[in-house]
Design a protein around this ligand. Structure first.
Ligand SMILES: [Zn+2]
Ligand SMILES: [Zn+2]
Length: 285
């Protein structure tokens, strides 16, 4: 029977079911990595911690680095690529990356298995359909992504200064959304960052504030949006409480669960069932 509210489960074997399983391995300015799998294909979207730390966090959630099929890179900033080279070499993983992003960092120039994508053009990694789209950020060719499988769609948009019409278009009708809520505007203005850095964070190629995130969600929320994960929170200019308090105003808790991801602790394993009539489970592993 369809539940109005997402279901919590302690079933640690749920990752074996057909569906999408997802783990926020890390999120924030010191490193970002998201594990996504449909049970047949497993990828990392970004690998911005050391290879060893990503392996450690995956294993802490019973996820095998050997089962990975690829790494997808959003942009060349260090907090998104630190472990890309070592993991690619260690596990023979292809790295899906735009040509401009690959050329923008010395760490990315000599990848042995680079597969180029273009923002705006969908590509497949085995059973996963991935659509990269351009976002506004101070990088060479930054991308957000949607990942589609069966009846489900995941949207990923972090590291963007503004939610353009293109971003709003691509993030429509997602079942699960990973969305940046980087800073509280008042904390940023009154905080310790130097003025040029405040301007950078707050600018069109910087990061979405809690308020920006809430306004975006007000536009794109719909009754099948099961889960919103707030991501890339600043440790200096935000708190999880402030982010949740602002963004929760945009969602209906009867059908959408709102959580916040962490820099230092990887999330529980989340399962998005492939059946359109079933809801999200969070596995307490
Ligand atoms: Zn970042
Ligand atoms: Zn960035």
């Amino acid at each position: 029977m369809m539940s109005d509210k997402p279901v919590f489960s302690s079933n640690s074997t749920a990752q074996q079911d057909s569906g999408i399983s997802l783990c926020m391995l890390a999120s924030g300015s010191r490193g970002n990595s998201i594990y996504v799998s449909d049970g047949r294909t497993a990828i990392l979207v970004d690998a911005g911690l050391s290879g060893i730390e990503i392996e450690r966090r995956m294993k802490s959630r019973d996820l095998s680095p050997e089962s990975l099929n690829a790494i997808v890179v959003s942009h060349e900033h260090d907090d998104h690529i630190r472990g890309v080279g070592v993991l690619s070499r260690r596990y023979g993983l292809p790295v899906y990356i735009s040509a401009k992003t690959a050329a923008a960092s010395p760490q990315l120039k000599n990848l042995k298995k680079a597969v180029a994508f273009n923002c705006g053009a969908s590509f497949k990694i085995n059973t996963l359909n991935i659509h990269p789209f351009s976002i506004s950020h101070d990088a060479a060719d930054p991308a957000g992504f949607t990942i589609a499988l069966n009846h489900k769609k995941i949207g990923i948009a972090t590291d963007l200064g503004i939610a353009t019409a293109m971003v709003r278009h691509h993030l429509q009708l997602c079942d699960l959304l990973i969305l940046e809520a980087n800073h509280d505007p008042d904390m940023l203005i009154s905080g310790p960052y130097p003025w040029h850095l405040k301007q950078r964070v707050n600018g069109r190629t910087g990061h979405l504030s809690n308020r920006d995130s809430r306004i975006l969600l007000e536009e794109i929320q719909h009754h099948r949006l099961q889960h919103v994960i707030l991501a890339h929170l600043s440790e200096t200019n935000n708190t999880p409480e402030k982010a949740l308090a602002e963004v929760c105003r945009a969602i209906n808790p009867l059908y959408t669960q709102l959580t916040v991801s962490s820099q230092d602790i990887c999330s529980q394993l989340m399962l998005l069932n492939s059946s359109p009539s079933e809801s999200l489970e969070v596995c307490n592993v």
